[in-house]
Design a protein around this ligand. Structure first.
Ligand code: GLU
Length: 199
């Protein structure tokens, strides 16, 4: 494995595959990979989604269309479940880092995040980052955790970013909508043509 410090982003579909609570189904293999990285003296920062999915069963919601407030309420209770789910697969301590767009744009807070993660890595702790859904607004949101993981990778000066999800890779079109979407197994360079495929 050709990296020293990696950010690994794990999507809700892997943390809570049934969308109503956490599971170890996919997390176990990811935790084993992280442990293997640690054994090789590599550093890992995890960006984990799953707060909303893990908290869904505890908040009465009625309709499948969730309001933003509902999602926030689910996320803050699900965050505890998600963290506990990760911790059970590690002997080392995990830390919870909740951040917002504001935090990343403010120089002092940015440095503070960077320093916190640095000290935790030096102490053999696994930092687990998520967006602080309770205080974010639609206008002031990092977006999704794919974006957040890229920003965290920059802040921590990681030399590698893994984005793990239930999608096999980059497709020429959205494979959920287009049957003729084709998987691109490897991209060496982000050309204008590749960029135009992004949705
Ligand atoms: N912060 C959200 C959650 O914990 C995840 C957002 C995302 O996956 O993009 O559910």
């Amino acid at each position: 494995m050709n990296f020293n410090r990696a950010v690994i982003k794990v999507g809700s579909a892997l943390v809570a595959p049934a969308k109503n609570g956490c599971s170890g189904k996919y997390i176990l293999a990811i935790a084993q990979f992280i442990t293997k990285c640690h054994q090789q003296d590599k550093e890992v920062i995890l960006v984990s989604s799953g707060g909303v999915a893990a908290g869904r069963s505890v908040i009465r919601h009625g309709s499948p269309e969730l309001s933003v407030s509902m999602k926030k309420a689910m996320s803050s209770v699900g965050q505890m479940k998600m963290m506990a789910n990760w911790q059970r697969f590690f002997d080392i301590p995990c830390s919870q880092i909740l951040i917002t767009q504001d935090d990343l744009e403010d120089r002092e807070r940015y440095i503070s995040i960077k320093d916190t993660i640095q000290i935790q890595l030096e102490n053999g702790i696994l930092p687990i980052v998520n967006e602080n859904d309770t205080v974010t607004t639609e206008d002031l949101k990092v977006g999704d955790n794919d974006n957040l993981s890229a920003l965290v990778a920059q802040a921590c000066e990681a030399d590698c970013l893994f984005i793990l999800s239930d999608i096999d890779g980059v497709f020429t079109k959205d494979p959920n909508i287009h049957d003729d979407a084709i998987l691109i197994p490897k991209i060496d360079e982000i050309t204008d043509e590749i960029y135009a495929m992004a949705a």
